[in-house]
Design a protein around this ligand. Structure first.
Ligand SMILES: Cc1cc2nc3c(=O)[nH]c(=O)nc-3n(C[C@H](O)[C@H](O)[C@H](O)COP(=O)(O)OP(=O)(O)OC[C@H]3O[C@@H](n4cnc5c(N)ncnc54)[C@H](O)[C@@H]3O)c2cc1C
Length: 248
């Protein structure tokens, strides 16, 4: 159930040239209960006093089942963006109004498909970071495979790339494909792919009997991947989507 609270900024750094990682705590000292995959809304006012809000996926890696003390988000720079400015200029200890958690872009206990196909561009990878402890449990139970296709123009834009690489190395059922559309890595990793995420799909041969897909981030990518997965025969109920549409 959604709650309203203030968040206090405790840490902020650039994750990539145009993406900032922000780490908050609730000002009331309470932990945040959320299901990995959910998002928060940040509430603020334009200069003319009009109230507005923006959504951000929670990226905190907790234990996957209990509330977290840190509320981590990744914010992509948008030219002239009101929330971009607010969050980019927020000082350490600065407060913002927020509410949440919201959304149903979450893993379902009822899903029994053997392979999870996760696709993301940009900050759309954030919910999958939060889901890592859930994937750890799924993989430990056996009989499952998780494949993350993460699209970026170059390696500097692979947010949390080292964390996903490390998770893949310590969890053999998890494969991380960095899909680089403009510039390959200086030192390529074994699972790197060149091109857009949806182009790498064919290599994985998605199949309705095997796959459940999660798509998150840029709406154009989500729509293109949704169409491609349907062409491979996946029914709509096996394709979960979170589009980072502008909420103005
Ligand atoms: C469920 C959900 C989860 C989201 N999670 C995240 C997240 O984790 N991280 C994140 O960075 N964003 C996320 N977003 C997008 C976020 O809510 C804002 O839309 C984004 O940060 C831009 O807000 P802004 O106030 O800076 O720009 P605005 O003031 O809203 O927009 C400024 C101008 O830029 C255009 N614009 C807005 N967004 C984009 C864009 N992405 N690319 C190009 N032009 C744009 C607008 O049309 C407008 O002309 C999410 C959106 C949704 C719906």
């Amino acid at each position: 159930m959604a709650d309203h609270f203030q968040l206090r900024l405790v840490e902020s750094h650039m994750l990539a040239p145009t993406v900032r990682h922000l780490s908050f705590e609730r000002a009331d000292g309470q932990p945040l209960a959320f299901v990995p995959g959910q998002f928060l809304q940040v509430h603020f006012h334009y200069d003319d006093g009009t109230a507005t809000k923006r959504s951000y996926s929670v990226g905190t890696v907790g234990d996957g089942s209990s509330p977290v003390q840190r509320v981590e988000i990744a914010v992509s720079y948008v030219e002239g963006g009101a929330a971009t400015k607010l969050l980019g200029e927020l000082p350490i200890s600065g407060l913002i109004d927020a509410s949440g958690p919201y959304g149903r872009f979450c893993l379902q206990d009822t899903d029994t498909h053997p392979r999870y196909l996760l696709m993301a561009t940009g900050t759309g990878v954030t919910p999958y970071r939060a889901m890592l402890p859930r994937f750890e449990k799924l993989l430990a139970a056996g009989g499952r495979e998780v494949v993350l296709l993460y699209g970026a123009r170059n390696e500097t834009e692979l947010l949390y790339g080292e964390e996903f690489e490390a998770f893949a190395q310590s969890h053999p059922g998890f494969t991380f494909h960095g899909c680089l559309s403009r510039q390959p890595r200086a030192v390529p990793r074994p699972h790197d792919r060149n091109g857009h995420v949806q182009n790498v799909l064919a290599e994985l041969q998605p199949h309705a009997d095997r796959d459940i897909a999660y798509l998150c981030g840029n709406p154009n990518m989500v729509d293109a991947a949704f169409t491609a997965l349907q062409e491979f025969g996946l029914p709509v109920k096996q394709i979960r989507r979170e589009k980072y549409v502008s909420s103005r």
